[in-house]
Write a protein that binds this ligand. Structure first.
Ligand SMILES: C[S@@+](CC[C@H](N)C(=O)[O-])C[C@H]1O[C@@H](n2cnc3c(N)ncnc32)[C@H](O)[C@@H]1O
Length: 274
């Protein structure tokens, strides 16, 4: 697989000169051989490019989640390391204790910047959850392809998945998506600094009930990312709930954070309700 430059699609420019690159993106994208049990194939659906079909084995369900990547289409069409981490935590049930699971109803999950949809689709199958996977408009056809490819495993485990457009900070789209979720998830969604504010605004819109959580898996690449966390900590309590060991030769591994709204955010939200 040739990994595309980071700015190929979606108009997100690369880092400026003063940025300190901790780990280059190309070396961080999942290896094409990692979990890739199938061959490259040419799909005849909406996207007519070379694609990779991967099978990710869910041991507790003894079934596979099937994910299509289309590397030539850009970063949104590839599986990122933090998604693989969340997949692994879901698969081994290590994420469960951080989820507000309800005994009498299905858990509702919203995924931000879903990319290929591996995390949301796996969560629906493993947790029997109602999941909404979201991303920029041009990413939706591949997301829908992956949702459809996993229809059986999702339905067999009483889950549901729908794909929807959600451009961070877009008020109309946020209103359409609503706030009726128990958990928001995201993997590798903090990278370009111009996306920090839109992402935080989206989280500010969504996280308005004290029982709601945002679980974010993140692989640190640039020092500037501390700016995102500094801003996030003004709005949310942010805790580390899991750390992956760094891969060979790397300085850092994927970290999973849990965000919950700070009390003053909840007050603002409840005042806005009146
Ligand atoms: C680095 S990729 C991670 C994809 C996936 N979560 C994963 O871990 O494999 C970042 C994702 O955020 C999405 N994204 C970027 N800017 C966005 C925006 N303004 N609104 C919504 N999604 C955005 C991209 O399309 C992409 O799917």
């Amino acid at each position: 697989m040739s990994t595309p430059p980071f700015h190929t699609k979606g108009g997100h420019g690369c880092s400026s000169d003063e940025e300190i690159l901790l780990q280059p993106f190309n070396s961080l994208l999942s290896s094409p051989n990692n979990n890739n049990l199938s061959i490259n194939c040419t799909e005849t659906t909406t996207i007519h490019h070379l694609s990779h079909i991967q099978r990710h084995h869910v041991s507790t369900l003894n079934a596979d989640v099937i994910i299509r990547q289309v590397p030539s289409e850009g970063l949104s069409f590839q599986l990122w390391p933090a998604a693989t981490s969340l997949f692994s935590l879901l698969n081994t049930h290590r994420l469960h204790r951080h989820l507000p699971l309800h005994p009498h109803r299905r858990i509702r999950i919203l995924e931000l910047g879903s990319g290929t949809g591996l995390v949301g689709i796996t969560a629906a199958a493993i947790l029997g959850a109602d999941v909404t996977v979201t991303d920029l408009p041009h990413v939706i056809p591949n997301l829908e392809f992956n949702v459809a490819a996993n229809g059986s495993i999702i339905a067999a485990n009483s889950g549901t998945v729908v794909a929807a457009e959600l451009t961070w900070g877009d008020v109309d789209q946020m209103e359409t998506i609503g706030r009726e979720y128990d958990v928001i998830v995201g993997s590798d969604v903090v990278y370009h600094d111009h996306l920090y504010e839109p992402l935080l605004n989206t989280l500010k819109f969504l996280l308005v009930k004290d029982e709601m959580v945002f679980l974010m898996a993140h692989l640190k690449r640039w020092k500037k990312e501390t700016v995102f966390f500094r801003k996030a900590k003004k709005l949310f309590e942010v805790d580390v709930i899991h750390r992956d060991e760094p891969e060979d030769g790397k300085r850092v591994g994927v970290i999973v954070y849990r965000f919950v709204p700070r009390q003053k955010q909840l007050c603002k939200a409840s005042k806005a309700d009146f």
